[in-house]
Design a protein around this ligand. Sequence first.
Ligand SMILES: Cc1ncc(COP(=O)(O)O)c(C=O)c1O
Length: 386
Amino acid sequence: MFNLRKTRRTLRKLFRKARELVEQPIVDLASGIPNYKPPREVLDAVSKAFNMDLCYTSPRGLLDLREKLSEKIEDEHGIYYDPDNEVLITHGASEALYSALVVMLKDSRKILVPTPHYPFYKHQILSLRGKLLTYPFGTNIPFSKSLAYIEKHMSSGRDKYAILINSPHNPTGKVLSRKEVEELSEFIEERDVIVIWDEVYEKIIFEGEHYTLANIQESKSKVVFINSFSKTYAMHGWRIGFIYGPSRIIDEVFKIHKAITLGLNPIPQLAALAALNTNKKYIENILNILRKRRNTILSRLKRMEAFDLAKGQGTFFLFPKLKLPGMSCEEFVKVLQNNGVKVLPGKAFNEEGYVRISFAHAGLDEIEQALGRIENVVTKIIKSRQ
Ligand SMILES: Cc1ncc(COP(=O)(O)O)c(C=O)c1O
C-alpha cells in the first residue's frame, strides 16, 4: 500500500539534504590550481600586447625573456646559461618535459621516475612507448635509498638512463637538501646518465632552500631543468614554461619543440617577462598565505589519529598515509567526497595507502570547514569500529 506519510517524510529528508548540499558546496582539496591571481604587472603587459603587431616569434622564444631567465638562473644558482642556445621557452612545463623525453627516448635512454609521482610523467612516457621504471622518493625515504634503487636499475644491463628528479616534489613536498644534491652530483659524475629536473615548485618552499644541480658547475653537462610560470605566478592557463641545460641537449630539444610548435604565442611570453620583473613581495605574500593554510591543516590532521604525517618542505601538497584499518584509500576518498571534501587517492600518484591534500585552491575559511568535515568523518569511522 502506498504510504503517503512515509513518502512525504522521505521527500522532506531528500529536500533537506539537497538544501544542505547547495549551502555546503564541496571543498576542493584535490586541485593543484592556485586560487591566487597573477601579478598586476602581468595583466598590464597583456593589455599593452594587444596593441602591438603580433606575429610569429623566434621558435626559441622571445630573446628578452630568455635573457631575463638566464639572469635569474645565474643570480639564484651562480651558473651562466647562454640565452642563445641553453634556454628555450616552451608551451608550459608539460611541453618542455615532453620534448625532453622524446630526446631521451630517441637516444635509447630508459627513464627512471620517482614514485609517488605527478601522473603526467607516466602518461607522457607511455604515450611515447617508453617503459616506466620507478624509484622510491619522498619525505620518509632517505635519498641515499632512492639512489641505491637507481643504481640497482642501472647495473642490471647495458642500457642508458635518464633520471627524472622532481624537487620540490609533487605529491610529498620533499625538497632535496644541499647534501642530497651533492650526493646526486657525485652519483652522475661517473655514469652515462642525464638528469631531467622538474622544478616547477621552486618558489613554493617553506623550510630549506632550492639548491640544485644548477649550483654545481661540474654537473652542468648532464642536467636539464624544466620550469614553468604556472605555479609561482598562477599562470597555469597561459601555458608558458621553459627548459635550460647544456646546448648539446637543448639543441636536440629545440628540434622537437620547433617541430611541434613553430614558436609560441608572444602574449604569454610578454606576460612571463612582466612576471619576472615583479617585486619579490608578490611571492612572499603568496608564501605567507600558503604557509597559514599548511600550518592549519598540519595541526588539525595531527589531532585526528587517522593519518601518518610526514610533512615535506615545499609545494602546496601534503601526502599523509591513511591509518584506518580495513578501509582503503579509495573508500575513504569516496566517503569524504560524499561529506563535502574532495581529496585525491595516492593511487593517482602510483602509491597506494596515501591521500593527497592540496592547499592550492581553497582559501583558509574553506579549509577550516573541510577539516571539520574530515574530523567528523574520521570520528564516525573510528567509533563505528569500537
Ligand atoms: C610536478 C609538475 N610538473 C609539471 C606540471 C605542469 O606544469 P605546466 O602547467 O607548466 O605544464 C605540474 C602541474 O601540476 C606538476 O605538478
